[in-house]
Ligand binder design. Structure first.
Ligand code: F6R
Length: 359
């Protein structure tokens, strides 16, 4: 039932603040005391390997950034179809992420891995093949996702995943419980931030999309914790609009991708408040590129209205380890709007199935 929404993608984008609030209500009191992790019954780990594809891989990159920066745990993110080219050391926990739990590349990756690595599944389908195969399961609680493009499942994977790793770090003594409480309190403001981001984006995105819709290709830039969101924004444009969209770390621009930027080339910058993004923005503008900044206060499509005295983690002096989660809302809305203006079906893009069960 679409209710007042024009399509499932719009509905599922809109549902995100509610999904996050629901997830946090379930896990909040179990995060800072380590009990989420203890309840999974898994052995302690020294390293983490995240295995996933597509949007789930981007959620995995956010989770990996979190566990690295908060706990100093060596972490790899592995494209599931490339698993045979990686070596996992002893003591590695495998975190397999899949919305559907039926993605053949992920299931095959687990078959190829050595049995001694315990597998934790993060999925929206707790009775899926992935869940059956795993040693422990984390439910995303995103509710049914009908649109082919993953939206609310991404946000749910990020929130369930980062709270689980925070819990694991507390349980293993790598993170102070008081720091975990502060991090969870920061996440608790996410529903409100996402809803505010959606309001601003609804106002600004249609005109932006009209300005860039005839471009043959798009560049998405980010840095550090902002990078998975840039990659996610680019993937959404590709699959919904059938346009080229490349994501690049902002610092890599000068090593090649800048050559793609010409008069009017749209360059979407995920701005999480890192001043080092400014030099990339200046390089793009010097070549005539059309810069769209998304996320930070004062950007073209801000994901947060930041009061002058705010001290929140994400946008204050320190950046939250999971980066600008709320920035995904305007990125999803931009991709959807672009696709609609180009006459594409946002719920059923061609050549894409709900879950990819072939390899
Ligand atoms: C993007 C998208 C795909 C999936 C990928 C993995 O919007 O939907 O990139 O994320 O096929 O699917 P799951 O998460 O079901 O393993």
């Amino acid at each position: 039932d679409l209710g007042a929404h024009p399509d499932h993608m719009a509905k599922e984008i809109d549902e995100q603040p509610g999904v996050v609030a629901d997830v946090l209500a379930r896990v909040r009191h179990r995060t800072a005391d380590g009990s989420t992790w203890v309840g999974l019954g898994l052995p302690p780990f020294d390293r983490l390997a995240v295995v996933a594809c597509g949007t789930s891989l981007h959620a995995g990159q956010v989770i990996a950034n979190t566990v690295r920066s908060l706990g100093g745990v060596p972490t790899d993110t592995v494209v599931a179809s490339e698993v045979e080219h990686v070596v996992l050391g002893p003591g590695t926990l495998v975190l397999a992420i899949s919305q559907s739990g039926e993605t053949a590349d992920v299931l095959r990756a687990l078959d190829r891995l050595d049995d001694r690595h315990p597998v934790l599944a993060l999925t929206n389908h707790v009775h899926s093949s992935l869940a059956r195969r795993a040693d422990a399961v984390l439910d995303c609680h995103a509710g049914p996702e009908v649109g082919v493009a993953a939206t609310k499942s991404f946000t749910a994977q990020v929130v369930v995943g980062v709270t689980a790793v925070v819990s694991a770090l507390v349980a293993s003594g790598r993170l102070e419980p008081s720091r975990a409480v502060a991090l969870v309190d920061d996440l608790a403001r996410l529903p409100e931030r996402m809803a505010a981001a959606a309001v601003v984006a609804a106002d600004r995105v249609p005109l932006l999309a009209a300005t860039v819709r005839d471009a043959p290709g798009f560049l998405f830039l980010g840095r550090g914790p902002g990078l998975p969101y840039a990659a996610e924004g680019a993937l959404k444009v590709k699959e919904l609009s059938y346009r080229w969209a490349e994501a690049s770390p902002a610092g890599e621009l000068k090593h090649g991708p800048l050559a793609l930027v010409d008069d009017g080339t749209p360059v979407v910058v995920v701005d999480h408040g890192d001043p080092r993004l400014q030099s990339a923005i200046a390089e793009v503008r010097a070549r005539g590129g059309f810069v769209v900044t998304i996320g930070g206060a004062g950007s073209d499509v801000p994901a947060v209205a930041r009061p002058a005295d705010a001290t929140d983690l994400a946008w204050g002096r320190s950046v939250a380890p999971w980066g600008p989660i709320e920035a995904v809302v305007p990125l999803q809305m931009l991709a959807r709007e672009l696709a609609l203006q180009l006459g594409c079906d946002v719920d059923k893009p061609h050549d894409r199935a709900r879950s990819v069960t072939v390899r």
